[in-house]
Design a protein around this ligand. Structure first.
Ligand code: 5RP
Length: 230
């Protein structure tokens, strides 16, 4: 692997995770984002080799990429549980608590993660942090109705909420909602913050994924790949 090549690192982590955790016959959750993309492509290679996999997509974008590459997508309502999900993250702390959602798919990603037995997170080493919130803003998905009021409630939690934009318009999620990116100085008590955000009317879901990941597969600049397990 070329040293410091971000795409090579994403590919290395994603392929290692699929090779290690995806087995023939499984129901597999497919994440969203530029790292999860390489996992989808690896799953597609397994399908072409003859593996029988049923996959659940965490976004319309992922569903489209998977289908274009011959991967069968099933409706999450038609399955009992998901064996393994391979997804990316924006920050990973030492206990495998995460910030997700810079790619805008946090709501479906959280629903899929909650239905998953083994949630495997694929990242490069730049995503590893001592405390959540130091590197990125926390994405919070909110109902469009009254979103300015909801943002006021978010601000009272000590952050600077910024409405996510795309092409001069507010970004709209697959669920038809808006996202506020909330920069906190750092998140000292993520469980407490999650509970506080859940009580704000209009908040649909936040990008804190706490106690959900079982494993993080981490690609390093020197070409090695390591794992952190819960
Ligand atoms: C999408 C996500 C992504 O997994 C996260 O943003 C990481 O993306 P990338 O691998 O492109 O850095 O949470 O909602």
């Amino acid at each position: 692997m070329a040293e410091c090549d971000p795409n090579a690192m994403k590919k290395a982590a994603a392929e290692r995770a699929v090779d290690e955790y995806v087995k023939d016959g499984m129901t597999v959750g497919l994440g969203t984002g530029s790292t999860a993309y390489f996992a989808i492509m690896r799953v597609s290679e397994l399908v072409k080799k003859g593996y029988k996999l049923r996959c659940v997509a965490t976004s319309q974008q992922t569903e489209d990429i998977a289908r274009e590459n011959g991967v069968e997508i099933v409706n999450i309502n038609d399955i009992e549980y998901i064996d393994v999900t391979i997804d990316g993250a924006d920050e990973v702390d030492p206990k495998l608590n995460l910030i997700k959602g810079l790619g805008g798919a946090l709501l479906r990603e959280k629903i899929v993660a909650a239905a998953t037995q083994t949630e495997v997170i694929v990242v490069d080493e730049s995503k590893i942090v001592e405390k959540l919130g130091v590197r990125t803003a926390l994405p919070v998905e909110v109902c469009r109705f009254g979103h300015v009021r909801t943002a006021y409630g978010l601000k009272l939690q000590g952050c600077e909420p910024v409405l996510r934009m795309k092409g001069g318009e507010p970004f709209v999620t697959d669920g038809g909602n808006y996202i506020y990116d909330c920069k906190f100085p750092e998140i000292e008590r993520p469980f407490f913050l999650q509970s506080a955000l859940d009580t704000i009317p209009g908040v649909v879901e936040c990008g804190l994924f706490l106690n959900m990941a079982a494993v993080a597969v981490i690609a390093h600049r020197d070409g090695t790949v390591s794992e952190i397990r819960c």
